[in-house]
Design a protein around this ligand. Structure first.
Ligand code: CA
Ligand code: CA
Ligand code: CA
Length: 615
């Protein structure tokens, strides 16, 4: 098969390098009877007439009738009055042709666990969080900013009550209630403990080979206060874990939720016959019957039963697993050469739990053989603690410790003295770090060439220089200028005749730090980058290539032109198989850029190709 490119080609391919486990569906079932109960929404919700400029939820609807959209967004408004996140939660909602008895379902679109160094600030390094919760704690998008965080399916074959007043008549199911319920599954109430092939199991694989639980699983206990994910008690997979799952004696061990449940453990739904859509990820139906303030997250909903508030127990569960979070954000800090200089460390602490709780900086001069505590002020958002100068060469190590209003202790770094922050006090021998995408090709008619680099140092960068040759002639070094942050740029200006096709430009980047040693780094560490000078290809109105033979028409980054075993002819290939970066949310980007400039005609221009194959 022939492959043609006409008139214009600029390809960008990127592949997600990290697969994440996709959760099972959690369903909400309809009961065949009428309850005639109504749990009121949060106070004041019906008086909110304004639309926020930056709503918490951003919904993409598929096949939804307008009336259902109104009720759906009302349910989200209820959630928005109860939880907070600095990151929008994107909801993908489908009005679908579902089976009898199932009202709807929802799942987090993805899960996240902490990546190296825990830049997300997760309170637990060893579990998965639903993406909306993970992003709330990280304070930023972790998936692609436009990707769904929650996927909801609402069954169109149900006799819905689409009003928002909770006045659900006999024979109908209250739509707002079911949306509230489903969204809660995707925000929080969803775990990995399940039955497979008759045995109990749990866990999902992260980007290491370690099996991790979902955060929900960590709190699931039996009546003897044994954790179901304790593999010493209940191996994976095992019949003993299966017996627990169907024991009817399972609880959510959350101090906060228990406080809101009259100091009683929160009983979960764990029927004797395993229910893959319901077991363990609902509150117990009989403990929280229709009309109970905490009945939203039970597995069954009656007709004429409206629940427009998740209730204090569910909100307590959500607070426990991270929807009430404390953010510890230190300013960046540097190593210090003067051992007699006190060390000022600034930190901003914000807590969803309300007032600004006790905060401390714990530091050590001797790798935590001994340590000292600085109590930081309670008022205001930013505080500065001053660690006394060590007066000797030392690695000063420290971490922050904060107690929120529920009495929970947060550390940053999370594992405190095991991997604390470090400030080296003493002579600096650390070289600057240079990052730079090398240039490989220019055309002989260019008047100037810009070089970009990101340069950092553990103390400070003094200066960054470009050293370059045209062919064998060394040219005067060019000083980079700092643009923003750590971004440096340098411009080389060419006079007419300075460069011509066939020439080559060799260059390297030199960075010097501000230490007393004036440490120097080069990139590349040895040798030089080489830029070829070529004649500018002509402007064309038509271009085509079947890639059956090698071609110098493209600037290739990652791609190559050739014939791969199993293909009938030549093609433009990425590496086979696709290469992973081995890191979550870090992509590879391959480009193939046609050197010719294409002149787009006023009419009739087009680009066509025979096929793009993704295997
Ligand atoms: Ca997101
Ligand atoms: Ca119920
Ligand atoms: Ca340095």
């Amino acid at each position: 098969m022939k492959k043609y490119f006409f008139t214009l080609l600029l390809l960008f391919f990127s592949w997600r390098a990290w697969a994440i486990p996709f959760p099972d569906q959690v369903y909400c079932y309809g009961k065949d009877s009428n309850a005639h109960t109504f749990v009121s929404p949060p106070a004041g919700i019906n008086m909110l007439k304004y639309a926020k400029a930056n709503p918490l939820f951003v919904v993409t609807y598929h096949n939804f009738p307008d009336e259902a959209k109104v009720a759906f967004s009302y349910a989200l408004k209820i959630w928005e009055s109860l939880i907070a996140s600095p990151v929008p939660i994107r909801v993908d909602a489908t009005w679908y042709d579902g089976p009898a008895g199932v009202l709807g379902s929802a799942v987090p679109a993805e899960y996240r666990c902490a990546s190296k160094g825990n830049p997300e600030g997760f309170p637990d390094l060893y579990c998965y969080y639903a993406i909306a919760l993970a992003e709330k704690m990280a304070g930023k998008d972790l998936n692609s900013p436009l990707a769904a965080d929650i996927i909801v399916n609402m069954n169109k074959n149900i006799n819905w009550y689409l009003g928002t007043d909770g006045n659900c008549p006999a024979g109908c199911y209250d739509f707002v209630t079911v949306v509230l319920h489903e969204i809660c599954h995707a925000l929080a109430i969803n775990g990995s403990i399940k039955v497979e092939n008759g045995k109990g199991t749990w866990g999902a694989k992260g980007f290491s080979d370690k099996i991790l639980p979902l955060v929900w699983d960590k709190y699931v206990i039996n009546g003897s206060h044994q954790h179901l994910i304790d593999t010493l008690l209940f191996p994976v997979p095992s019949l003993s874990l299966y017996d627990q799952i169907v024991s009817g004696n399972i609880f959510f061990d959350s101090p906060i939720a228990i406080r809101y449940n009259g100091n009683t453990p929160v009983r979960l739904y764990a029927p004797a016959t395993y229910d893959p859509g319901g077991s363990l990820f609902h509150l117990d139906e009989n403990t929280f019957p229709a009309g109970n303030i905490n009945s939203l997250m039970t597995p069954f909903l009656s007709m004429a039963e409206a629940i427009h508030h998740p209730g204090p127990v569910v909100l307590g569960i959500m607070a426990q697993i991270g929807w009430v979070h404390t953010y510890i954000t230190p300013d960046s800090f540097k190593d210090i050469e003067d051992i007699h200089q006190d060390i000022a460390v600034s930190v901003t602490i914000e807590s969803d739990s309300g007032h600004y709780p006790a905060k401390r900086l714990v530091y050590s001069y001797d790798n935590f053989s001994s340590s000292h505590v600085l109590v930081m002020g309670e008022a205001g958002h930013k505080d500065t603690a001053v660690i006394p100068a060590p007066h000797q060469i030392a690695d000063v190590k420290f971490f922050f410790s904060v107690i929120d209003s529920f009495g929970r202790i947060y550390h940053l770094p999370v594992d405190s003295s095991l991997s604390p922050f470090v400030i080296h006090c003493g002579p600096d021998e650390v070289k600057p770090v240079i990052a730079h995408d090398s240039l490989t090709l220019i055309y002989e008619d260019v008047a100037s060439l810009q070089f970009n680099a990101v340069v950092t140092d553990n103390i400070a960068v003094d200066s960054v220089w470009l050293e370059y040759y045209i062919n064998t002639v060394r040219k005067p070094d060019v000083l980079f200028t700092l643009s923003t942050g750590s971004q440096y740029t340098a411009n080389v200006v060419f006079a007419t005749g300075d460069i011509k096709a066939g020439d080559s430009i060799r260059y390297r980047i030199r960075a010097v730090d501000k230490s007393s040693n004036k440490n120097v780094a080069w990139l590349p560490a040895s040798g030089y980058f080489v830029i070829r000078v070529e004649k500018r290809p002509p402007v064309v109105v038509t271009y085509k290539n079947n890639f059956d033979s090698a071609s110098n028409d493209f600037i290739l980054n990652g791609f190559y032109i050739g014939t791969f075993p199993g293909f009938p002819g030549g093609a433009l290939h990425s590496p086979h198989p696709y290469q992973s970066t081995g890191k979550p949310m870090v992509y590879r980007e391959y480009t193939a850029e046609l050197k010719n400039t294409i002149k787009i005609l006023p009419q009739g221009s087009f680009m066509a190709f025979d096929e793009i194959v993704l295997v």
